[in-house]
Each structure stands twice: as C-alpha cells, then as structure tokens.
Design a protein around this ligand. Structure first.
Ligand code: ADP
Length: 478
C-alpha cells in the first residue's frame, strides 16, 4: 500500500511496555492496524524506570535541552513491530512507582512531567526528526493534551491534530499559577480556551485546540455533551461537536489473543464442545455447582462499574438456578460485599480478589454470561471478550456497551440479530430484571445457541477502528 501519511501518536502508556488502562491497548494496537492502510505511526511515550534498561542502546533521534529542569533525549526502537520514541528525561520519569504516582499518591509535578512529553511531541511534529516528519499528531488523554495546544499557540507547521478521550474522569487539573511555567500564553487564560473553573485542565487545553476530538465509542461521544457524563467538560464537547469536530470510534480487541480457539479447550461457533469442557473445568476450580447460567464478572471493583447493585440483584438469580464468579479488586467495601455473597451462597458464588489475566481468559471461555453493569463506560472491553467467547454480555445501556451489544428484545430475536441483554437504568431493579431475562433465554436451548452464534460472529478486530482513524487523518492531511 502506498504511503498515505505519517502520524505521531503521543501516549503516556503503550502495550506491551506500560499499561494501566485501555489507552495502552489502543496506543499499542493502532500502529499495526494502520500500516496496511498506508499510515505510518510512531508512538512517543515517557521512558519510565522500567523502560530505561530496554532503551539504553536505542539510537538518539532528538535532544531537548531545558526540559523542566534537565535534558530530554528521545530514543527510537521497535517493540513487537511498533516504532517507539521513548522520551528519556530521568529527572521527570525515572522513579520508583507507577506512571502517575508513587506510594503517597500522584506525583506532585505531573503537570510539568506531561507538559514535557507534550512539548517534545509538539517540537518533533513541527520540525520533524531527521528522516521522518509527521502529517498528524494524535494525542491521547490529558497527559498529551498540551501537545495540540503547543502547536496551536506556537505554530503548527502544517501538522493536523487529533485528541482522543479514553476516560473523561481524568482531566489533568493544574493550578492557574502554573500557566507560565507550563509555557502557555496568558492571553489564552479565559473560559473559551485554557481556563477551567479557575484553574487549568490539560485535557480541556487539548479539546479546545485540536482539529478533531474523538472518543472511544459513538454513544460515549453523545453522552459527553450531557452534565451527568461530561464531568464539567460537557459544554466544551458540545461546542466542538457543533463544529462537527467530535466523533466516536470504537476500540477493537486483539482477536488472536482473545480467541475461543486459543485456549486449552478450543471451541468455535460451529463446535461448542470445548466451551462445555471449559465451563466444567472452571466450576471444578472454584467448587461451583450451577444448574443454570454461570455469570462471570471481571472488573475493577469501583463505583463506575456498578458493582454495588449486585448484592440486591443476585439472590433472585441464584434462586432461579444461576451462579456467579467474580474476579476483581478495588474498593475494599465492594470487595467485602462480594465476599459476603460467597458466604451467603456457597457453591453458587465464588470470588477471587486480585488481577489475573490468565484466570480471566479461563472465565471468558467457561462462563455463560458476563455482567457489565457500569454507570458509565467509554468503550468497555469485557463485553467484547464475552461476545468473542459466546459468553453473553449483560450490560447497562451506556457508552460503548450500548454500541456493541444488541439486546434480546422480541424484535431483535425475531430478526435473528440479538447478542445479549441490555438494561437501563443502572440500579438493582434494572439488573435484576436483566438477570431474570437471562434465565429465561438460557432455559430455551435453541434461542441461547442462536444468541451465542450471533455474538461470536460480531467483527471486533482493530480493522474497523483503524479504517475510521485513517479516514480522520486523511481529512487533516491538507
Ligand atoms: P476499564 O479500563 O475502565 O477498567 P475496560 O473494560 O475498558 O475497563 O478494560 C478493563 C480491562 O482490564 C479488560 O481487559 C479486563 O479484562 C481487565 N481486567 C479488569 N480487572 C481484571 C482482573 N481483576 N483480572 C484480570 N483482568 C482484569
């Protein structure tokens, strides 16, 4: 494929190097998905402590003096086929702890750390590396929010800009006294630009200055214009949407990794025997005996995920023959609430507190349904894993969940397109009714099998996403 253009992707995390959330999956997956479409993407990210040994012998491709108290050196290398530009600025990134904080909370200088990432991104975009000049800069979340701003205020050099919101809950707030230190023009400190409730939001800076704004599902893009989802930025999103600058592009999943044919009990839509074996193995592992549908939940245990509504909704489901297997960690009160269900329903409910990707895979293979009762969900991945494995998603009608699951309504069943159960509002009554419907669907083998086949047929790879991003970039190339 002939070269269509070059994109500098700017992200604070990227699979397989550093991951705390879905942003890392997108940053890591897009380059390979875009390559066949003629888009050459490189990913600029910080060289955190864990990366430094790996990049030590990569060639230097950029040097930035005076980068908030030290020198930043950008080293280029290839990791799993992705060309990575690692910003090595030890005074900012060589620390014991996570990308955003240590044992005592967020790093105090996060505004400066990610301003530095954005500054270097803007400089590389504007001036180009020796052999590579991007046409488009694609910023992810607040950590890269200042990159489009620096280009907008300091001259863009013909580079188009996109910012993607992965989760609007994180807005990169900074005190207004940092304006000068963050190299932002005082003339732009007003509500129409950088000012945000008296301070600065690095995400807002990106949202008002980027040529295009995307988020990770079409439904979330619409929700973000409402106060209950926009978390203060609804007016900004609505204004950009009115200009036609906002769109939603669903994330994909790695269909080779999340494949029912890849596990120890392989199966496919044509032959589901392996799924029954996987279910039996899972029930053995957790001492479960479940006559009806086995629901799984793999999630951070937080308020966002609607975990608190489970205890009131589950008893009827258990009484109807269902079972529940939970994997997750988070809020101690929610962890305790899940443990209490085990005590109340031994042999029907099991819980594993922790993070365990191998177990999550066994659960998606062996479960009958996956519960995702989120209050908000920008895209969501577990419902897509569920679809892949014929583990029918039971989801709330928010964000990417309502874009990916087709409710088993009478109309959808008649049309033969249903893939799961969608409920609203997000409360115990809503989830309880959804679980009652799940029991009824499960009791009808023909209907259940048809739903599983529909689910497993859904195209969930990165191809569709990549084509949408490619079209967006092409529109900005000038
Ligand atoms: P979020 O990014 O809001 O946590 P997503 O559904 O977009 O929600 O992504 C969550 C990812 O983390 C999924 O890949 C999910 O399988 C995984 N995950 C969450 N909790 C666990 C856990 N306890 N063990 C293994 N994987 C988990």
């Amino acid at each position: 494929m002939e070269l269509q253009g070059r994109v500098l992707s700017v992200a604070s995390e990227c699979v397989p190097l550093v991951k705390t959330g879905g942003l890392a999956d997108v940053a890591g997956a897009l380059p390979a998905a875009l390559a066949p479409l003629g888009w050459d993407m490189r990913v600029l990210m910080p060289a955190y402590r864990s990366l430094r040994p790996r990049i030590a012998d990569w060639p230097e491709v950029w040097r930035e003096e005076g980068l908030w108290g030290g020198t930043g050196i950008v080293r280029q290398g290839v990791v799993d086929g992705v060309t990575v530009l690692a910003l090595d600025a030890p005074h900012l990134f060589d620390r014991e702890g996570g990308p955003y904080g240590g044992p005592h909370g967020d790093w105090w200088d996060n505004p400066q750390r990610f301003a530095a990432l954005s500054w270097v991104a803007a400089r590389i975009a504007r001036e180009g590396l020796a052999d590579w000049k991007p046409d488009v800069l694609h910023a992810h979340d607040w950590q890269a929010g200042l990159a489009p701003a620096y280009l907008a205020f300091g001259g863009a050099g013909g580079v188009g800009t996109v910012i993607t919101i992965h989760n609007i809950a994180f807005q990169g707030w900074a005190h207004s006294t940092l304006l000068g230190e963050l190299r932002l023009p005082r003339s732009e400190f007003h509500p129409g630009a950088l000012e945000y409730y008296g301070g600065l939001s690095m995400l807002k800076a990106g949202l008002v200055t980027a040529d295009r704004v995307t988020t990770v599902s079409p439904h979330y893009a619409e929700e973000l214009m409402r106060p209950e989802f926009g978390m203060g930025l609804q007016g900004v999103i609505a204004a950009r949407a009115a200009e036609g600058a906002v769109s939603g592009i669903l994330n994909g999943v790695d269909t080779a990794v999340w494949s029912p044919e890849a596990g120890p009990h392989p199966f496919s839509a044509r032959s589901m025997k392996g799924k029954a074996e996987a279910r039996a193995a899972l029930c053995d592992e957790f001492g479960l005996g479940v006559p009806g549908p086995l629901a799984i939940l793999v999630s951070r245990l937080t308020d966002q995920k609607g975990i608190d509504i489970l205890p009131a909704a589950v008893p009827d489901f258990i009484a109807g023959g269902g079972g529940l297997l939970v994997l997750g960690s988070g809020d101690p009160a929610l962890e305790a609430a899940m443990q209490a269900l085990v005590t109340r329903f031994p042999g029907r409910v099991a819980v594993r507190i922790g993070y365990d990707e191998a177990l999550s895979r066994r659960m998606f293979a062996g479960g009958d349904a996956v519960l995702v009762p989120s209050r908000f969900e920008p895209c969501g991945l577990t419902q897509m894993y569920g679809l892949r494995f014929g583990t029918l998603p039971v989801v709330s009608a928010v964000g990417g969940l309502s874009d990916t699951v087709i409710d088993a309504s009478p109309a959808a069943l008649a049309a033969g397109v249903a893939t799961g159960v969608v409920f609203h509002p997000v409360d115990a009554l809503g989830l309880g009714q959804a679980l009652r419907r799940l029991l009824a669907l499960h009791a009808d083998r023909a209907v259940w099998t048809a739903l599983q086949k529909n689910a497993m047929r859904q195209p969930l790879g990165w191809e569709t996403s990549a084509a949408a991003y490619a079209a967006l970039y092409a529109g900005l190339r000038g």
